[in-house]
Design a protein around this ligand. Structure first.
Ligand code: PGA
Length: 245
């Protein structure tokens, strides 16, 4: 795959003011050739960040979406609403949504379908727990999470990303090694070939920093990275982009 992706997940790290201040700095950062970069800000900061990035090559994504377009769903924001305010991508099934907020594989599937129908490109996050890893259940867990989604892949799956984010590596400072992440990304692509002819881009996420980011890009099956905490620091962000230039 020739296109590479750099996705910055700002989670709930920043206040609205801090998000806007960082977005203004981000808008000034030159993007490496061939790299598609997007910021995933907090919902409340979304429109402000979109404004700050307008005119730059940076794109935008939602951290989560609800599957029904509109209605009596207190606290929810739909894929359609994010699309309306400029989102191009949406994270779906992030481990923090699955394990902190109790999102099921079926919830994830509905959100993926909603994104595709709305015209957002979903980034389906999958990953095994520390316990799965210990019990040698990585492939079992990933297959279970992926199959639920691909069972509905009657749409153009070329618009779908899979982000391999092992839970033991997210926010821990203990990344999955680039070689291991590459093996898993390759395995995910092979598995998905059983369900779709279109190529699915696979990203890696979990403790990516300026120290290791270039190493993931150098791998054959990894098409990009999803970066959390390292992406909310302007200096670190600039150093990561430089490492990819
Ligand atoms: P991290 O988070 O880079 O802070 O480990 C990655 C993610 O959750 O997307």
């Amino acid at each position: 795959m020739d296109m590479s992706y750099f996705f910055a997940n700002w989670k709930m790290y920043l206040t609205v003011d801090d998000s806007l201040a960082l977005a203004k700095q981000v808008a000034q950062m030159a993007l490496p050739t061939g790299l598609t970069c997007a910021v995933f800000p907090n919902t409340l900061a979304f429109t402000g960040v979109a404004q700050a990035l307008s005119g730059s090559a940076w794109q935008l994504g939602a951290q989560d979406v609800f599957s029904t377009p509109q209605g009596a769903y207190t606290g929810a924001t739909s894929a359609l609403m994010f699309k309306d305010v400029g989102a191009k991508y949406a994270l779906v099934g992030h481990s923090e949504k699955r394990y902190v907020f109790g999102e099921s594989d079926d919830d994830v599937r509905k959100k993926v379908v909603a994104c595709v129908e709305t015209g957002l490109r979903p980034v389906v996050c999958v990953g095994e727990t520390e316990e799965d890893r210990r019990d040698d259940k990585r492939q079992y867990r990933l297959k279970k999470q992926l199959l639920k989604v691909v069972s509905d892949l009657s749409f153009n799956s070329g618009s779908v990303f899979v982000a391999y984010e092992p839970i033991w590596a997210v926010g821990t400072g203990d990344p999955c090694s680039p070689a291991d992440a590459d093996d898993v990304a390759g395995w995910i692509k092979l598995e998905l070939k059983n369900y779709t002819d279109s190529a699915v881009s696979v990203l890696y996420g979990g403790s990516v920093t300026s120290e290791n980011v270039a190493d993931y890009y150098a791998r054959e099956s990894v098409d990009g990275v999803l970066v959390g905490s390292a992406s909310v620091n302007a200096h670190e962000l600039a150093v990561m982009l430089k490492a990819l230039s």
